[in-house]
Design a protein around this ligand. Structure first.
Ligand code: ADP
Ligand code: ZN
Length: 814
């Protein structure tokens, strides 16, 4: 007799454990237990959610436990993506089950549950059943449509006997994809007629204005009305009932400023450069193998059209594409463009969507109903059955690095996903990261260049204002130089608009010499030292070097050292005093708390309801405001003085991007950059729009000091509620690490441990913070070392109230 072959599932459970586990499947669940589905599995005495990674026939005799249930009717991800999840978990040292959990759309765990209802046969059988079964049936009878609080194993036999019917239900009705409710005035109604007839007999003060707004529009979203009028919801319903307004549903696509997008057809002809780039990409796509390209195109060179060509070819080849952008506003802009050309087979995926919307979009992708996914960082995991292309727009943007676990870099991970799933990866930027350009230089990526703007529009001229000569007062309040002031006077006189840019909110203080512009730097690490006011000393947070503050600058020997740091708030206040009546607004992470607020500000700015927008790097990204005639950078040095080896890179990128905001409209724009350090190569290269020279100088420095891309870096951060215990544990861990290295006579020298040292932000939300950096030329060796350390740290940390966070390829140095 032939024994029915059983199936073994390899499952990643959503717990902080490193292994995957094997389970068997009861026969009735067999057809449902597909790779990519969630299961409910016994784990010790608990039940946990797990993800099926693999399904294999089992021949060997093994004592395995059965899964209790399969929670999905369709897979949430494809088998082809499993190796990518595994790589992510290994590389970023995050438990696999947890990683998958964080990749999937939220709210899944409450989403599907099982309800049951009694059949007639069940009803009749009630009195005849064994007590346990009777109890179940009675419960079911009394709780129709409720989640059954009994293991499914106990329910299946009852279903088989025909006593009850099981039903999988969703816990919440899920909204259709991105449908919005709109209202417009009824057909044949005219505003003039309506208001004549009505006179002034409105019950609410704002009612007339409310109705006028709708009459003026061709239809307006109810959400917008509710945003403008506190009684909006009430008024909408009232006037629908009266037959003046009629509701309808729209699939909306809006630009960052909140306008509904009209379609933008492809240009008639590509530029020569665009055509070259597109042709190279098309050729590579045809091979259906992994390849990576860096598209280095200055702002306005038309990168988006090259993306479109690549996407079209991918679709033609029967595969799917992911397009990532660093900001939700850019995602929405891209969506408008691509949906107008590609129609409904475009999905949108970012954290601005509701949970229901995200779930819907996810399932559409998983089913293969989508050709293109446009999204922010989280789109990296899009469950596409035949991934052919991943585009990372603005690839240099550091917001691709996630600050919470899993602390991955979406661009780096995209390249690996491409490798694993045999897809093409296209990284695009006007100011490529050193990392990516280095990879292009050494041949790992193909390099595609578009050095000119479309229609040969000139790049804006950048004026650099030397703040050392501009003021000898050297006070912190001196934020706006005479040159910038007179440019602002012009803006006010012409009634045009300006953007003022400040790199940081200004919470870290560095010491800057007002005479020579140099910041105080660490002799070992060549990063800026961080000033601690309380102790009046400066500290290097890479290596721990510290010293008291000398009165004189070490570079020029003069008496110019001053702590430096002012924020956007202070600038706004100063502007208000300078120009009473000027309409200013601030856009930074402090002022933007709610999600819609960014759009609201941008919308107001685009309608010229705001004259001057002051912001952090949030304002540098991709937006087009034709009435902006002045872009001012208040202090280019903020980022240069930052205690971060990427300080120069960030400064160059930000200055170039900011400059790219000017001169987009008819009027030629002015870009004014204030700096204490005009000779710095990052400032000079940005002024001259000279990426290659910046790259050469920056890589020479990094090579010399052994920073990425010439090494791999990890940051071990220790956080605890107790000050001395946190520092003690950090020191013990560092000793432990030194011990591990000491036992590796040969390769030990290839790993460097720096610290421990108090983090520049020494305390956040009541937690004391220390960090240890680890550096090595070999990524494999670094990982090998970190695994050993992680294993030992568990014992060391036990009961100390100190948490260890491992950040691979860290960007956040604070
Ligand atoms: P980038 O992303 O490189 O900064 P965009 O893709 O936003 O540049 O393109 C800049 C502008 O040029 C857009 O308004 C776009 O519509 C236009 N454009 C792009 N390609 C062409 C072309 N081949 N012919 C005419 N206009 C184009
Ligand atoms: Zn140092």
């Amino acid at each position: 007799m032939k024994v029915e072959q059983s199936v073994v599932l390899r499952v990643a459970v959503a717990l902080p454990v490193w292994n995957t586990f094997h389970y068997t499947v009861p026969p009735q669940l067999l057809p449902k237990a597909r790779v990519g589905c969630r299961v409910l599995a016994p784990f010790g005495k608990k039940k946990v959610t797990g993800y099926i990674l693999e399904r294999t026939p089992s021949s060997e005799e093994r004592e395995l436990r059965d899964v209790l249930d399969v929670l999905d009717r369709e897979p949430l991800f494809h088998e082809s993506t499993v190796p990518f999840f595994q790589w992510m978990a290994e590389y970023y040292m995050h438990p696999l089950g947890r990683l998958i959990q964080s990749a999937l759309p939220g709210g899944l765990n409450v989403r599907v549950f099982v309800t049951a209802r009694l059949t007639e046969k069940g009803e009749r059988a009630l009195s005849l059943l064994a007590p346990e079964d009777k109890e179940i049936l009675l419960w079911v009878k009394e709780h129709p449509k409720k989640r059954v609080p009994v293991p499914l194993q106990a329910l299946y036999p009852l279903q088989k006997q025909g006593l009850l019917v099981l039903d999988h239900r969703k816990s919440r009705a899920v909204a259709g994809p991105l449908l919005r409710r709109f209202v417009r005035t009824g057909q044949g109604l005219s505003g003039t007629g309506f208001f004549q007839e009505h006179g002034d007999s409105f019950s609410a003060k704002n009612e007339r204005e409310f109705l006028e707004r709708i009459f003026r529009s061709n239809g307006i979203s109810v959400a917008e009305l509710c945003g403008r009028y506190a009684n909006g919801a009430y008024l909408v319903e009232k006037w629908i009932r009266k037959g003046v307004l009629e509701p309808y549903m729209v699939t909306v696509v809006r630009d960052p400023a909140g306008n509904i997008l009209s379609s933008e057809p492809p240009p008639e002809r590509l530029s020569e450069r665009q055509e070259e780039a597109a042709a190279a990409i098309r050729e590579a796509l045809k091979k259906k193998a992994f390849a990576a390209f860096l598209l280095h195109g200055v702002t306005g060179s038309g990168k988006t059209e090259v993306y479109y060509q690549a996407i079209q070819e991918t679709i033609r080849l029967g595969r799917q594409a992911i397009l990532m952008a660093p900001e939700i506003a850019l995602v929405i802009y891209m969506e408008g463009l691509f949906r107008s050309r590609l129609g409904d087979r475009v999905a949108l995926y970012h954290s601005g969507l509701s949970q229901g919307e995200r779930y819907d979009q996810w399932m559409k992708m998983a089913r293969g109903e989508v050709d293109l996914v446009i999204g922010a960082r989280s789109a990296l995991f899009a469950p596409l059955p035949g991934l052919g292309l991943i585009i990372v727009d603005e690839e240099h943007d550091t917001s691709y690095k996630q600050d919470e676990a899993p602390r991955h870099h979406a661009r780096d991970a995209a390249v690996v996903r491409g490798k694993i799933e045999k897809a093409l990866v296209l990284l695009g930027s006007g100011t490529p990261s050193i990392q990516s350009f280095y990879n292009a230089r050494n041949g790992r990526y193909g390099l595609l260049c578009m050095p000119e703007r479309i229609r040969n529009r000139p790049l804006p001229e950048v004026e650099v204002v030397d703040m050392r000569t501009s003021s000898d007062k050297g006070t912190e309040e001196e934020m706006i130089s005479p040159v910038l002031k007179s440019a602002l006077d012009n803006v006010v006189a012409e009634k045009s608009q300006a953007m003022l840019f400040l790199n940081r909110r200004g919470f870290t203080r560095v010491l800057l010499c007002r005479v020579c512009g140099q910041s105080l730097r660490c002799p070992n690490c060549d990063v800026s030292l961080t000033f601690h006011l309380r102790e009046n000393h400066v500290v290097c947070h890479y290596c721990g070097f510290r010293r008291g503050v000398a009165p004189k600058c070490s570079a020029c020997g003069r008496d110019g050292l001053k702590p430096y740091g002012f924020g956007t708030e202070k600038v706004e206040k100063a502007l208000g005093e300078m120009y009473p009546g000027l309409r200013t607004a601030r856009m930074d992470r402090d002022s933007i708390r709610r999600k819609g607020q960014t759009f609201e500000l941008l919308r107001k700015f685009s309608l010229h309801e705001i004259d001057v927008l002051i912001g952090t790097q949030m304002i540098t990204k991709g937006y087009d405001f034709p009435r902006v005639t002045l872009v001012g950078v208040l202090a280019a040095d903020f980022s240069l003085g930052f205690p971060d080896f990427r300080a120069a890179e960030k400064t160059f990128q930000i200055l170039s991007q900011v400059a790219g905001r000017a001169g987009r409209g008819e009027q030629k724009g002015r870009v004014i950059v204030q700096t204490f350090y005009p000779e710095h190569y990052a400032v000079a290269a940005a002024k001259n729009h000279d990426y290659p020279s910046f790259f050469e100088q920056e890589t020479a420095l990094r090579r010399q000091l052994g920073y990425p891309p010439f090494s791999f870096l990890a940051c071990l951060r220790l956080q605890g509620n107790h000050e001395s215990r946190t520092s003690d544990v950090s020191k013990e861990l560092a000793e432990e690490m030194a011990g591990v290295i000491g036992r590796w006579p040969k390769r030990g020298r290839e790993v460097q441990v720096l610290g421990p040292v108090e983090a520049p932000l020494a305390k956040i939300r009541g937690k004391y913070r220390w960090q240890i950096f680890v550096k090595s030329r070999s990524s494999a060796l670094l990982h090998h070392f970190l695994k050993k350390v992680a294993a030992r740290s568990a014992k060391l940390l036990r009961g100390k109230g100190v948490e260890l966070v491992v950040d691979i390829d860290p960007y956040q140095m604070l």
